[in-house]
Design a protein around this ligand. Structure first.
Ligand code: ADP
Length: 497
């Protein structure tokens, strides 16, 4: 196929044409080293921008600014209501510029622009609005202690301090929103390190942070590579907490780096999520839903439903239905509003996914549909259904992070046995259960060891719904009231009266 690049709207084009800089202490500055790196359009492989290659020197400056803003700046004296108003304002500003952000996201990441608008951008707006409410609700408790005499004991909830946030490229803006919104609501200050593949929406968002009226140094944004800027942030002795979303492999590196000063760590890592279709499921819904579970965002979701289990009695229909859905996806440049499958984000991902396709074939999986790259320009790969897969195959065990689903059949009616298939992974981020039987749905929800369970849906998310993983899918929960635990310390006070 020929990939045609639609033109950008004027706002996104004007932003792209700017010289991009780091946001440190309220100023836009070059990297100390003067170095930059190229950002490309994954659909055309064209260079679309150059951004500063921040490294340790820039991280040091950003952390110092965040520390000053936390300890002595106007932010340290701001009222909860005022914090709430500022966080809410970020949602409003994002809404005003929603189309521009959707375009930047589609261009930089490759994702379909309609998904970017309805998913990434709307999800980010909703996140700021939800989290704005928490700013005024972080109350402690009074504690009826048992010690002899008269006591007044209570707790205070205080912001954890300077937070380093390292985010991935699959939902660049939304991952920034998930991280920034609760940190700001709780009164922390931040150094944000976007993924090197997709730094643009975070830099544009930095302008909105200034427009909203946040004091200098509250949010600092340092673009750069993981091994340099990311590593410097994770190990920085003056950072109180690091929040990371990315691969399990890098998550382990972050934990080791954080050990130096025992900074708090929260991690949202990989997944190999099961989608289980029971024989009584509404098959139209289940087929459309499990196809979307793997093909949405080109399969580059940590929750992607990459292991599809279908009961033997419906297996053939599910395989045929999901394959047909794959064939109907319109592939093309993410900026084209009629496209629903864009390119993968980078050459590296493209090679990784094609490597898995090769390995699946070698291990004996049946390629029902897809299985190849598309064209010779851009990082496109066909939506792929692998049938006749089993637990020992690499494609079933490892996270592919591409539009590749492995289907397995089961013929057991015992829920414990079904749960054993689902739990046969080192990950535990999400699982979906497709059935009309309420008992089966809720019993499975208990038996599956994963942080999020979806019933007759997949890839669900909501700002009020705590999100995160069991096992090697991570530590802690983002969103919901749970996330506020990560961004606050509890201080206990006891007074002898
Ligand atoms: P992927 O492998 O899918 O690109 P990564 O886990 O490598 O995902 O990247 C997620 C984020 O982690 C990115 O912002 C990246 O720059 C950063 N990162 C990568 N390596 C390191 C590292 N050694 N230390 C800190 N951050 C890192």
């Amino acid at each position: 196929i020929a990939i045609r690049k639609p033109s950008l709207g004027s706002a996104a084009a004007a932003f792209l044409a700017k010289r991009h800089k780091l946001l440190i202490d309220g100023e836009w500055v070059d990297a100390r080293s003067g170095k930059t790196f190229a950002v490309e359009d994954p659909a055309t492989e064209e260079k679309i921008a150059e951004v500063p290659a921040g490294d340790k020197a820039d991280i040091d400056l950003a952390v110092a600014a965040a520390r000053r803003a936390f300890e002595t700046g106007p932010w340290s004296r701001i009222s909860p209501a005022e914090r709430s108003r500022l966080v809410w304002r970020l949602g409003d500003l994002l809404e005003q510029h929603a189309d521009e952000f959707a375009e930047l996201e589609a261009l930089d990441n490759g994702k379909p622009v309609t998904n970017a608008r309805q998913g990434d951008v709307q999800g980010s707006i909703d996140m700021f609005r939800y989290m704005a409410g928490w700013a005024t609700r972080l109350n402690g408790e009074t504690i009826p202690v048992s010690s002899a005499g008269n006591w007044h004991a209570y707790t205070l909830r205080e912001p954890v301090g300077v937070v380093g946030q390292i985010i991935p490229w699959n939902f660049p803006l939304m991952m920034a929103a998930w991280k920034l919104a609760p940190a700001l609501a709780s009164g922390c200050t931040i150094v944000l390190k976007p993924a090197e593949q997709t730094p643009l929406s975070a830099l544009r968002f930095g302008q909105l942070i200034q427009e909203a009226g946040f004091p200098a140094g509250v949010v600092n944004i340092v673009t750069g590579f993981g091994e340099t800027a990311g590593a410097a942030l994770a190990e920085h002795p003056d950072v109180d907490k690091v929040a990371f979303t990315g691969s399990t492999e890098v998550g382990k590196i972050i934990v080791r780096a954080a050990a130096g000063n025992l900074k708090r760590v929260s991690l949202e890592l990989g997944g190999k999520s099961p989608a289980i279709v029971f024989p009584d499921a509404d098959l139209d819904l289940a087929i459309a839903g499990t196809a979307d579970a793997i093909f949405y965002n080109q399969g580059q979701c940590c929750t992607a439903g990459s292991r599809l289990f279908a009961h033997k009695s419906i297996y053939d229909r599910v395989v045929a239905g999901v394959s047909e859905a794959a064939g109907k996806l319109k592939v093309g440049h993410g900026l084209d509003p009629s496209v629903n499958l864009g390119p993968l984000v980078s050459k590296e991902q493209h090679q990784r996914v094609t490597g898995f396709l090769q390995s699946g074939r070698e291990e004996g999986a049946e390629v029902v549909t897809g299985g190849s790259i598309i064209g010779n320009q851009g990082y496109f790969v066909e939506p792929t259904v692998l049938a006749q897969t089993n637990r020992d195959m690499r494609v079933v065990r490892e996270e592919i992070f591409g539009p590749v689903v492995c289907v397995q059949s089961y013929d057991d009616d015992d829920l414990d046995a079904v749960a054993r298939f689902a739990n046969d992974t080192e990950y535990g981020l999400q699982a979906s259960v497709w059935t009309r039987n309420l008992k089966v749905a809720h019993m499975m929800a208990r038996k599956i060891r994963a942080g999020t369970i979806c019933i007759n849906t997949h890839n669900y998310g909501d700002p009020a719904w705590p999100f995160g993983g069991y096992k090697q899918s991570g530590w802690g929960r983002e969103m919901g009231k749970e996330v506020m635990e990560h961004y606050t310390e509890t201080k206990a006070v006891a007074a002898r009266l």
